[in-house]
Design a binder for this molecule. Structure first.
Ligand code: NAP
Ligand code: GDD
Length: 334
């Protein structure tokens, strides 16, 4: 019998990579999506017919319980969240509802429907915030610096609490930033790779950025979804940091991306103080030794390879769109 997995947030970056990975492992893959008035789900279009989608929302307890009852998965990956940090200052309450209480709703549904379901929670290095040590590991105390980070800290602890209170097989993966050509355009890596490609192809003249000195530990999303699955295959549930152990500044990211398209970044990048956050996470760097030793996990794609992959994908995508527009005589590009 094929194992069944249910993924919340299947239409997001990680959801799409995890769905592909689980299909390769011969899982029956189900996903939760929100109803939309437009034809969305671009990241999982290519999986049509191979996965089953169900409508539910992290805000709606009944809808979550109903889908879990229908699917009866052996594994549930909770990837859905309001995941963009700046939006969490604009919509702190909604971020708390989705990103914090949403986790408790999924756990409650599991507890009531089938406490044997193995649960993965998408926790975040953003919880370390104003870091108290470097590199950060599973024992490093949290000091979140955004409503998003605070909400993720609740999600982490409620996962630990349901494990300790009810004996659920519940794991919290504390993942550091991970990126890909499917990354949302508002996150800094994709904003930079898309921006460099647009400037190279003559569609834009400048790129506005905020804090160039911020440092992150950036890995490849395709590597990180494997760690999620590995956590749920262990004998007992636990929490793991997933990271590359290397950090780079936003400026280094910009240099690398512009160099890839043969441009000098200093001629195009402008500072926009509006993009600086009310409270910044200045630096993050993870220590994933526990995941290495216990799960056998290691990242495969390094920083340079990741940024080159993203720039090349954006150049190819935009060039193709320009050609399509030219062939139909369209004068605007979007
Ligand atoms: P993403 O691309 O922003 O995807 C988020 C997903 O959540 C989307 O499928 C979105 O659906 C869904 N969603 C949002 N609100 C929902 C709601 N109320 N009900 C149901 N679904 C909802 O995020 P990602 O980069 O794949 O990240 C996956 C998870 O890992 C998130 O929880 C994120 O916070 C966490 N995380 C990410 C990173 C990273 O660097 N990528 C690092 C650590 C932790 P729509 O398509 O309808 O918007
Ligand atoms: N988005 C963005 N846009 N960030 C910028 C910009 C800009 O124009 N200019 C500088 N930055 C800096 C931010 O201030 C931040 O320090 C860094 O680039 C990374 O920003 P994001 O790519 O937006 O990611 P994040 O680190 O805030 O959050 C991501 O990683 C978390 C894990 O640490 C998200 O994926 C979260 O969902 C995830 O939990």
């Amino acid at each position: 019998m094929r194992r069944r997995a249910l993924i919340t947030g299947i239409s997001g970056q990680d959801g799409s990579y995890l769905a592909e990975f689980l299909l390769e492992k011969r899982y029956e893959v189900h996903g939760i999506v929100r109803r939309s008035s437009t034809d969305g789900f671009q990241r999982i279009k290519h999986l049509e017919g191979e996965i089953t989608l169900h409508q539910a929302d992290l805000l709606d307890q009944q809808s979550l319980t109903r889908v879990i009852e229908q699917v009866r998965p052996q594994e549930l990956y909770n990837l859905a969240a309001q995941s963009f940090v700046p939006t969490s200052w604009e919509q702190p309450l909604l971020t708390g509802e989705f990103t914090a209480l949403g986790v408790a709703r999924v756990l409650e549904a599991i507890r009531l429907v089938d406490p044997n379901i193995r649960f993965y929670q998408a926790s975040s290095s953003e919880m370390f915030g104003k870091v108290l040590e470097e590199p950060q590991n599973e024992k490093t105390p949290f000091w979140p610096r955004s409503p998003y980070g605070v909400a993720k800290a609740y999600g982490h602890w409620i996962t630990v609490n349901y494990r300790e209170s009810y004996g659920l097989f519940a794991c919290s993966g504390i993942l550091f930033n991970h990126e890909s050509p499917r990354r949302g355009l508002e996150f800094v890596t994709r904003k930079v790779t898309d921006g460099a490609a647009r400037i190279k192809l003559g569609l834009e003249e400048t790129l506005e950025l905020g804090n160039l000195a911020a440092m992150r530990d950036w890995g490849f999303a395709g590597d990180y979804v494997q760690a999620m699955w590995m956590m749920l295959q262990q004998e007992s549930p636990d929490d793991y940091v997933i990271a590359t152990g290397e950090k780079h500044s936003v400026q280094q990211l910009v240099e690398l991306a512009f160099e890839r398209v043969g441009l000098d970044w200093q001629e195009y990048v402008e500072m926009d103080s509006q993009l600086v956050r009310p409270a910044e996470v200045q630096t993050l760097c993870g220590d994933a030794r526990k995941a290495g030793q216990q799960l056998g996990w290691a990242p495969q794609v390094d920083f340079q390879k990741l940024i080159h992959m993203m720039v090349d994908a954006d150049v190819a995508r935009i060039s193709h769109q320009i050609q399509v527009n030219e062939s139909v005589g369209a004068s605007t590009f979007f």
